[in-house]
Write a protein that binds this ligand. Structure first.
Ligand code: KIV
Length: 300
């Protein structure tokens, strides 16, 4: 039976949503994500950076919350993710974790390792991944191709689940020459496939594919049974989807990326926290039922 909706605290500065009934909850775990993928259930992921949004996302039924270094752009006003520090990531992972724990939530929390914190050596990556894990992350994410495979293996062997990230990797935007679709040529698609297989082989448990042609990400998804793919601008054929919170709420102040759908704009006349939770629920439903993304609008 559902518990009555009682606020968790009487603070005048905002109240987190009530905890859901423990009997109805099933925490998201690594085996559960793999089992969802094996059953063909799409995995939902959304970014969050603070306790309240994390708690609302959890209450909306989001499977995975990514504390992304996109916070550099949406929270700190930076022009790219390159300037985000490990201390900033640790702080936001802690905030998100507190929000999810306070509502006894279920979401799987992923902390992004920022630029320069895993590039030097496997030991450096372990030291910095430990900071995010101790702040409450269940998994760390790092960007890059085959050169990261040894690091991924090193972390996984030491009990740190890893999400890899291929395609448009924002930390290397300057080397890539801008936010462009990756893997469009036969050669670059073959290289991406090689890297994706190396990352699965190294033990990566999830793989974000960003701005990758839909056909290529579908092929990769079929070829990587042990490493579910999570797309952002990668079409509907991936094992799951991720969006940046502010984008899907229509709060992007610049040019909205083609792959985004504004889920707030779709709601009939609702506002405030309930509107945000409903927008998140609409996102969960659309990803689970396959209606988002629509390859004719949100993909290449
Ligand atoms: O930092 C982030 O939010 C990300 C997503 C865009 C996947 O890496």
């Amino acid at each position: 039976m559902n518990q009555p909706a009682t606020p968790q605290s009487a603070s005048p500065y905002g109240t987190l949503p009530p905890a859901s009934n423990p009997a109805l909850r099933k925490p998201v775990s690594l085996p559960r994500l793999l089992e969802m993928h094996a059953r063909g259930e799409k995995i939902t992921m959304l970014t969050a950076y603070d306790a309240t949004f994390a708690a609302v996302a959890d209450a909306a039924g989001i499977d995975c919350i990514l504390v992304g270094d996109s916070l550099g752009m949406v929270c700190q006003g930076l022009s790219s993710t390159v300037g985000v520090s490990l201390e900033t990531m640790r702080y936001h992972v802690e905030c998100v974790t507190r929000g999810v724990r306070r509502v006894q939530g279920t979401a799987w929390i992923i902390g992004d390792l920022p630029f320069g914190t895993y590039h030097e050596s496997k030991e450096q990556a372990l030291r910095n991944a430990a900071v995010l894990m101790q702040a409450g992350a269940h998994m760390v994410k790092l960007e890059g191709g085959g050169w990261t495979a040894d690091t991924v293996r090193f972390l996984v062997e030491r009990g740190i689940p890893v999400c890899a990230h291929l395609g448009l990797t924002p930390q290397t935007v300057h080397a890539l020459g801008g936010y462009r679709v990756q893997g469009k040529t036969v050669e670059s698609a073959a290289i991406m496939k090689r890297h994706a297989h190396a990352l699965q082989e190294a033990g990566a448990a999830l793989l974000v594919l960003e701005m990758v042609p839909a056909a290529l990400s579908s092929e990769l998804t079929a070829e990587l049974p042990h490493c579910p793919t999570i797309g952002i601008g990668a079409g509907k054929g991936t094992a799951g989807q991720v969006l940046v919170l502010h984008d899907m709420l229509g709060l992007n102040l610049g040019k909205m990326p083609k792959f985004v759908r504004n889920f707030m704009a779709d709601l009939p006349g609702v506002q405030g926290q309930h509107g945000i939770k409903e927008a998140m629920q609409a996102y969960v439903a659309a990803v689970k039922n396959g209606s988002f993304p629509d390859n004719s609008q949100h993909a290449w």
